[in-house]
Design a protein around this ligand. Structure first.
Ligand code: PMP
Length: 361
């Protein structure tokens, strides 16, 4: 049987070992007489599962004790609204860096609540690079600065953490969280939809500095106030119990892999393999992103002759290489190389690409 490798951008590949463990524990979890799906979220079993997931995530990322970890719902898309609702704190302006499709969505949602100052934009370069930090026009009265460290569609990733001179920094880490170690203390708030590097969709992780919580805009729905979730340990309402359990298994697996510094070494190597394959194809494949900000997680590339796109997809699929079609807004191909993509998957992809180019070049 051909081995399958799934390069989808999200929901994305899960570690095989995690799926097997979940399969073993699916019908009855640890002698409890129940599946995790059937447990009360307030029972001791599930409370233990959630506490373990939180403490593993804290350990992996080195989250300081002055930060709260929240397990919410609504995806990163709801955070586009919850961030301004909670972090404006009496101010009327927020700074946003525009590096692509996800930045644009965050900006348009924030505009419902405040005056958005776009400090820099990659739009004039078709979002193929990151505007130099020296050119950013930060405002004096911004409540926070928001950016997207990794643009999942454009494949542009920040090689640095912006310096905001004390203004809280907010990051949409949906497609880069856990790909390498980060210094959480540099951020006011980090958020991420789970369905790429954390677990199944339905869970959104928020890591927020506790002094930023408690001043939500008046008149907003209860569920949109971080404070309510902090006070209730993310159990104000029924949390996404099964995705939290799965995330906990993924965090355990990451620890088994040597934690985030171990992941970073492998992730950089996987990305290098694919970018080298593209660069060495004599123009058969190309990646539009500037060399300095190429994503380790999402690699967009095009074929010199777009008429070959269909055969590329058909043949790759037949060879067990799934979900390589690029996002509908940019076309071409995209290979997502999240933590759970094994190095042999990238080797299988580059071998296929080199062979395809030889046959069609
Ligand atoms: N931000 C980024 C960087 C993303 O990649 C995505 C989803 N692909 C989103 C936000 C939206 O996430 P969700 O579907 O969880 O709302």
């Amino acid at each position: 049987m051909t081995q399958i490798f799934n390069f989808g951008a999200g929901p994305a590949v899960m570690p095989q070992a995690v799926l097997r463990k979940a399969q073993e524990e699916l019908v009855e979890w640890h002698g409890s007489g129940m599946s995790v799906m059937e447990m009360s979220h307030r029972g001791k079993e599930f409370m233990g599962i959630a506490a373990h997931a939180e403490s593993s995530l804290r350990a992996l990322l080195g989250v300081p004790s002055s930060y709260k970890v929240l397990f919410l719902q609504g995806g990163a898309s709801l955070q586009f609204a919850m961030v301004p609702i909670n972090l404006l704190r009496g101010k009327h302006r927020a700074d946003y860096v525009n590096t692509g499709e996800w930045s644009k969505k965050a900006i348009s949602e924030a505009k419902r609540f405040c005056d958005v100052n776009v400090v820099a934009s990659g739009e004039s370069h078709q979002f193929t690079d990151i505007p130099a930090a020296s050119t950013w026009k930060l405002s004096a009265d911004a409540a926070y600065v928001h950016y997207t460290p990794n643009e999942t569609i454009g494949g542009v990733e920040f090689p640095f953490i912006p310096d905001t001179h004390g203004v809280p920094l907010v990051a949409d880490m949906s497609s880069t969280i856990l790909s390498r170690p980060i210094d959480v203390s540099r951020f006011g708030l980090i958020y991420a939809g789970a369905q790429k590097n954390i677990g199944p969709s339905g869970l959104t992780v928020v890591i927020v500095r506790e002094d930023l919580v408690g001043q939500a805009l008046p008149g907003m729905p209860t569920m949109l106030d971080y404070q309510i979730h902090v006070k209730n340990d993310s159990m104000y309402n029924t949390p996404p119990t099964f995705p939290i359990y799965m995330a906990g298994l993924v965090f355990d697996w990451l620890n088994d892999q040597g934690g985030l510094s171990g992941m970073a070494v492998v992730n950089e190597r996987k990305a290098r393999l694919l970018y080298d394959c593209i660069e060495q194809s004599s123009g058969f494949y190309s990646c539009p992103v500037a060399l300095t900000c190429r994503s380790w997680m999402n690699v967009p590339f095009t074929l010199k002759d777009p008429q070959l796109d269909e055969s590329f997809l058909k043949e790759s699929r037949a060879g067990g290489l799934l979900q390589l079609k690029g996002h509908r807004s940019v076309g071409g191909m995209r290979a997502s190389l999240y933590n759970a993509m094994p190095e042999e998957g990238v080797r299988a992809l580059t071998a296929f690409m080199t062979d395809f180019a030889r046959r069609h070049g």
